[in-house]
Ligand binder design. Sequence first.
Ligand code: TRP
Length: 339
Amino acid sequence: MELSGKCVLTGVKPTGTLHIGNYVGAIKPAIEMGNDVIAQGGKLVMFVADCHAINFMKDAEKLAQIIKEAACTYLACGLDPEKAIFFRQSDIPEVFEMTSLLTNFTPKGFMNKAHAYKAAVDKNVAKGEPNDAGINMGLYNYPILMAADILTYDSDYVPVGKDQVQHVEITADIAGAVNACYAKEVLKLPKAITKENAAVLPGTDGRKMSKSYGNVIPLFGSTDEIKKAVMSIKTDCQDINAPKNPEEILLFQIARGVCSPKTVQEIEDGLKKGGMGYGTIKKMMSDEIATMLAPIHEKYMDYMAHYKDVEEMLQFGAQKARAIARPVLERLKATIFYK
Ligand code: TRP
């Protein structure tokens, strides 16, 4: 894919305590892809989607905390704030002006079909509650705010997980509606990029790794916490010497997601041949995970302890972002208001 001169945009929803599944499945690939975009002469726009988080977090102190954690996590994991354009969504007033204008071009039916809203309605129906019980306009309009995020920077590509593809499609439809209305290309139509076989890391009990299942290996845990989590990975009681099919072994599936190719190969061979015990494998894994995460953890703690500097970086990023956003918004306003 030709990335030179293109704008790649991604929003990070702050979610609170992160685990290693978030790291290998989302954070690391996003940063690697971002660095690649920059190396190829493209523009990387990345922001903490703090307004999208208000919906599920109205405790202001906690919201501030998870925003801080998200920003420090991405920096600690290798996002370069000099080369990327990294900021907080709420620092860009142009996005909210854009949101407000876009509502006029968005068929209400699009929002009715958006899956986050539909899922909330389904939940209500299942409980015998009125369809829209507890649903606010922030949730309902979530896709329009996301469209504004994307369209305000003339984004070409939006790397997202499968669950967000619908939102990028809605964005392209809204942009298409604006362009059709004024018979010219006012807004740029974005494309979603998804990784075909994006790794979903299983948790210690074999279900998807998720904070709500309590089956996580923490991203910023102490060595002991990491060890404890790895030791709790479920195993079967096959004889240690029996040759095993690695594909059927949870420990191996997790190792494949988090360990180096060399270690993965060693574990695979050990299981196939037999003779390598689960305890040995767990020890290898927890040592390797702890070693891999130690420098990230250290940087994270450092950013958290010097958040004033991070705030400055975010403000610097916001200035760069607004310099892109302003002319795009002006272009739209000039069209709508015939200026
Ligand atoms: N909705 C995205 C999520 O839940 C976060 C997000 C907000 C986003 N705005 C965006 C992603 C714009 C890509 C582009 O993860």
